[in-house]
Ligand binder design. Sequence first.
Ligand SMILES: NC(=O)c1ccc[n+]([C@@H]2O[C@H](COP(=O)([O-])OP(=O)(O)OC[C@H]3O[C@@H](n4cnc5c(N)ncnc54)[C@H](OP(=O)(O)O)[C@@H]3O)[C@@H](O)[C@H]2O)c1
Length: 287
Amino acid sequence: MTAKLLPALPLVEQMKIDLKSRCEALKSRGTIPAMCVVLIGDNPASLSYIRNKRKICEEVGATFNLLQLPSNISEQDFLNYIEKLNHDPKIHGIIIQLPVSDHLKKLKLSNLVIASKDIDGFHGINTQRIYTGSTDLKLLVPCTPKGIIYLLKYYGVEIAGKHAVVIGRSLIVGKPLSMLLSNLNATVTLAHSKTQNLEEITKTADILISAIGKTHFIQAKHLNPAKKTIVIDVGMNTLNGKLTGDVGPDVAQVAGGVTPVPGGVGPMTVVSLIENLISATEIKIKG
Ligand SMILES: NC(=O)c1ccc[n+]([C@@H]2O[C@H](COP(=O)([O-])OP(=O)(O)OC[C@H]3O[C@@H](n4cnc5c(N)ncnc54)[C@H](OP(=O)(O)O)[C@@H]3O)[C@@H](O)[C@H]2O)c1
């Protein structure tokens, strides 16, 4: 039997309707939510991610701005631009699109955008909330982890008391996601490249989340079919010019459910970002 597919689209459509009405409520009070993406250079992958963000932002009725800066911009000029946006009362959310030029990587990028406009959810103040136990997804929570929790809830996947195995310990996905799952009372294993006996661990997973970045790394051998594991594929890799996930096609034969790539975690990340923009605006006008 083939596992149930867990596409994002029905939930994304539902969330867009909710975000549109929250946006209209803000407009009726005189505020149009507005975000600004700061792009350094013209990386084609970045431009494609930005197009997706712009599309949903405009669909829900918010304003999208792009500040494109040259790849050789000086550190000081870059900091000045961010400072200006931090103080601009018409901008409610700011993103520094990664990757930035090498000479800017030494800056502590995650804390440059002030916490109240940090719709990526990377600022120390926003991550600390998760690390101290918050499960409030309406606050500024890192977008990919937030989108994954929304998707699990939408498909009625039980989290409390279950064993969640997260592979990949990045600051944008694995670490905050493992904390959120723990806050929601899952028992969490956070695995990485130095983990030994990975297959033995993944076979005990009720929920398996792969954020590794290697095409079809997770295979049927990683799962125990009796567990009917829910598999969330975060990977965005390319194989022969095509977008691929971390999860191989044979996994569908033994899993309880699998998110597709494309059409799974990617769109959840974008809609969660736009929700962060609306939340940031609501929080600001509440004062
Ligand atoms: N769909 C989305 O919206 C979205 C959002 C963000 C990222 N992504 C995708 O998710 C993937 C991961 O990105 P990321 O930024 O979260 O992580 P990352 O910084 O690229 O790090 C990869 C992680 O995978 C671990 N890893 C590498 N090889 C492994 C192995 N053989 N066994 C177990 N763990 C291994 C690494 O372990 P070490 O820490 O030991 O090096 C590291 O923690 C990429 O494909 C990225 O494009 C997708």
